[in-house]
Design a protein around this ligand. Structure first.
Ligand code: PLP
Length: 462
């Protein structure tokens, strides 16, 4: 008996049998008609299966785990535009509370500090950098000096500072890594400073290895420079990761507004601030260090609001989630989560050490860096493969653990780096260690034919 098949799609059809599912998705042109929402959702969600699994992405600094309540708050705020401060006054109020709490965490005087949320550290750094440039220019103009050759001195920075320098026509005097020194040093900083230096950027958790730069030592050296040569150069700390780590896990480390030379600090809420992607913060320890001319008093939708931002419309949920985390975790909760990451980092580093063929550039230490482990092959490892092969093989199990070369002067050094974030459990790291060990055995048994180490370098900053 032949089955009688009705033509066309009906409401009761299986999702994959609906008309819109019986052909590949449109890729380059707009479809003529609408499709059923459930089918479209399913097909697009399925395509996303091909993305890497974020929890196994060991390269990113950004949060990949969030509590149910965070998902809920993001949903609750999906319709809130941060910029409409008059219409959503409580979201604006919550932003201002967060700025205050973070400024306080960084030891600013509550009555003197000012700051703002941003979409991430890149925007926050851009704002910090602009304030530096404007301050410098005003000071030079007051002395009747030319202002056409600004420079910025820094250690090995994240790509956002390269952007800042290019977009604002500033000469970037970046201190290269050398030998086994992967951060800046006071001597290297001072030798690059002159009256055209708009400021010094120091990173708390440099992207390449995870190490902190010596903020206190550089600040002392700049004090000395000021005494001897009357050059008063301020510091911006790029605390993308460290801004939410050091206050909890290394409270005695001097890097923040306790040092008068530190005028501004930026951080990523979506990294160790533990909120979903799209949140950063920048704080000036004293209002007078944020030049008035940079603030726009927007008379819009019935209110007059001062803003200092690159974007106009942007989502409010991340900021609300930042407030949630600050309240939900408190000082103790943040300490437990972050210290937990350092502990897992150490557990993982011990496992890497046992493999016998790797040498650490940096390993998870709350006083000198972020919860990360960075290693390279020992010079005498004598293995028939490189870290790129290892990286490729680990991908078979879903681990995203890229190999990359260090920047200028150290381009020959190939490293791997694991970021330990909230949700990287001891168990997950043990599973990763056994996969690394298995991959090494396989590479030894079946040596790859070709070396994959590139001759050039690429920027892996994220
Ligand atoms: C991640 C990072 C940035 C850029 O931050 P986003 O939040 O991704 O815009 C800048 N500086 C450092 C040191 C970083 O780690």
């Amino acid at each position: 008996m032949a089955l009688h098949i009705m033509q066309g799609s009906s409401e009761n059809d299986d999702l994959f049998e609906k008309t819109s599912a019986r052909k590949p998705l449109h890729k380059y042109s707009l479809p003529k008609q609408e499709s059923d929402s459930k089918t479209m959702y399913r097909l697009i969600k399925d395509e996303l299966m091909l993305d890497g699994n974020s929890r196994q992405n060991l390269a990113t600094f950004c949060q990949t785990y969030a509590e149910e309540e965070i998902h809920q708050l993001m949903d609750d705020c999906i319709d809130k535009n941060m910029i409409d401060k008059d219409e959503y006054p409580q979201t604006a109020e919550i932003e201002s509370r967060c700025v205050n709490i973070i400024a306080n965490l960084w030891h600013a005087k509550p009555s003197e500090a000012t700051g703002t949320s941003t979409t991430g550290s890149s925007e926050a750094c851009m704002l910090g950098g602009m304030a530096m440039k404007w301050r410098w220019r005003k000071a030079m103009q007051a002395k009747g000096k030319p202002t056409d050759k600004p420079n910025l001195v820094c250690g090995p920075v994240q790509v956002c500072w390269h952007k800042f320098a290019r977009y604002w026509d500033i000469e970037l005097r970046e201190i290269p890594m050398e030998g086994s020194r992967y951060v800046s040093s006071p001597e290297e900083v001072i030798s690059r400073c002159d009256e055209n230096t708009i400021g010094v950027v120091l990173t708390l958790g440099i992207t390449f290895t995870g190490q902190y730069e010596p903020v206190k030592a550089v600040s002392d050296a700049l004090d000395k420079l000021n005494k001897e040569k009357n050059l008063d150069i301020s510091i911006h700390v790029d605390g993308a990761s460290g801004g939410f780590l050091a206050p909890f896990c290394a409270p005695d480390l001097l890097w923040d507004f306790r040092l008068p030379r530190v005028k501004s600090i930026s951080t990523s809420g979506h990294k160790f601030g533990l909120v979903p992607l799209g949140c950063g913060w920048v704080v000036w320890g004293n209002k007078k260090d944020l030049p008035e001319e940079l603030i726009f008093n927007v008379n819009y939708l019935g209110g007059n609001m001062p803003t200092f931002a690159i974007n106009f419309s942007r989502p409010g949920g991340q900021i609300v989630c930042q407030y949630y985390n600050l309240l939900r975790l408190g000082r103790e909760g943040y300490y437990k989560v972050q210290q937990g990451c350092y502990d897992v980092g150490n557990f993982f580093a011990e496992g890497i050490k046992k493999l016998g063929i790797f040498e650490f550039l940096y390993r998870s230490d709350p006083h000198t860096g972020i919860p990360a482990v960075t290693w390279k092959l020992k010079d005498d490892a004598n293995v028939p493969f490189d870290l790129y092969h290892l990286s490729d093989l680990l991908r078979e199990r879903g681990w995203l653990l890229p190999a990359y070369t260090l920047p200028e002067k150290c381009q020959k050094v190939v490293v791997q780096r694991v970021l330990i974030r909230h949700g990287c459990s001891f168990d997950l790291m043990e599973l990763l260690l056994s996969d690394i060990s298995r991959a090494i055995e396989k590479l030894k048994s079946y040596p790859p034919a070709k070396n994959l180490t590139p001759t050039g370098s690429f920027n892996h900053g994220r």
